[in-house]
Design a protein around this ligand. Structure first.
Ligand code: 6GU
Length: 240
C-alpha cells in the first residue's frame, strides 16, 4: 500500500512516522509513506497557498489551483483521495478496514474555513475524526493513517483483532497483569484460576458492562444473543 499526505506542515509527521510500531510497519515494506509539501506547488514567488474569500469573511482559504496541482502530481488512476474536514461523517473502525484495502491512498490535510469549495470535486471522500474542531487536518490524517497502518501489520494477530474494541461492537473488558494485589486492589479471582469457560463468560459480561456504562449507543446497534441478553439484564439489576 502507498499513502501520500499532502500538507502545509510536513514536519508534523516526522515523529509519528519515526516511532515504534509505525516505523516498523514502514521498515517492513508493508506501506510506503510520502509526505508532500503543498507549498511546493505554489507558482508565485512568495509561495502563497491561500487567499481571501470571495464575498468576505474571516480567514484565508487554501487555493484550488495549488491543491489540484499538488494532487495531480501525486495521483494515479488507482488513487483514492481523502480530504480531512470537520464537514464529514465521523470516522469509524469499519472505515479503517475498508480503507486499508486501497492500493493507493492520498490524504489531503485541509484547514477549516480553509479550502476553496471547488476542490471537493477532486476528492473521493471527506473524513472527520470527531465532533470538535482542530486547527488543521494533520492530526486527523495521522489518526486515520495510524488506524489503517496497524491493520497492515502481520504483527497484530488475527485473535487480537477479533477481540479488540469495536470489531465485535463492544468495548474491551478490563485486563490485569502482575502483581495479583496492589494497594489492596486484587485481580478478579476468576481470571487467576485457569477455567477458560468461566473466564470467557466473565470477560464478556465485563465487556457488556463497560459498553452499557460508557457507550449505550453501541448496544442499540448490536444484536445480542441469548447469553448476552441475560448478562446485560444481570448487569442492569446489579447496578440498581
Ligand atoms: Cl478532519 N479537520 C479539522 N480541521 N477538524 C476536525 C477534523 C478534521 N475532524 C474533527 N475535527
Amino acid at each position: 500500500m502507498k499513502i501520500t499526505i499532502l500538507t502545509l506542515f510536513v514536519e508534523q509527521f516526522n515523529s509519528f512516522l519515526n516511532t515504534s510500531i509505525i516505523k516498523r510497519i514502514i521498515d517492513k515494506g508493508l506501506v510506503e509513506v510520502k509526505v508532500v509539501d503543498i507549498r511546493d506547488y505554489s507558482l508565485d514567488i512568495h509561495r502563497h497557498v491561500d487567499d481571501t474569500p470571495y464575498g468576505g469573511g474571516a480567514g484565508m482559504l487554501m487555493k484550488v489551483d495549488v491543491l489540484v496541482r499538488a494532487l495531480k502530481d501525486n495521483q494515479n488512476p488507482s488513487s483514492y483521495v481523502l480530504l480531512t474536514s470537520p464537514k464529514a461523517k465521523p470516522y469509524k473502525q469499519e472505515d479503517a478496514y475498508r480503507l486499508s484495502k486501497k492500493e493507493d491512498l492520498i490524504i489531503v490535510c485541509g484547514h477549516y474555513e480553509g479550502i476553496d469549495a471547488r476542490f471537493e470535486d477532486y476528492v473521493d471522500e471527506n473524513v472527520s475524526i470527531g465532533d470538535y474542531v482542530l486547527t488543521g487536518g494533520e492530526l486527523a490524517a495521522m489518526v486515520v493513517m495510524d488506524s489503517i497502518m496497524r491493520l497492515l501489520d502481520e504483527g497484530i494477530s488475527a485473535d487480537s483483532l477479533k477481540e479488540e474494541s469495536y470489531t465485535n461492537g463492544l468495548l474491551e473488558y478490563p485486563q490485569y497483569t502482575r502483581p495479583v494485589e496492589f494497594e489492596g486492589k486484587e485481580v478478579p479471582f476468576v481470571l487467576t484460576n485457569g477455567n477458560h469457560e468461566e473466564i470467557r463468560k466473565y470477560n464478556l459480561k465485563m465487556s457488556l458492562k463497560e459498553t452499557y456504562l460508557y457507550r449505550k449507543d453501541l448496544l442499540d446497534n448490536k444484536t445480542l444473543n441469548d447469553e448476552e441478553k441475560k448478562m446485560l439484564q444481570e448487569i442492569i439489576n446489579e447496578l440498581k
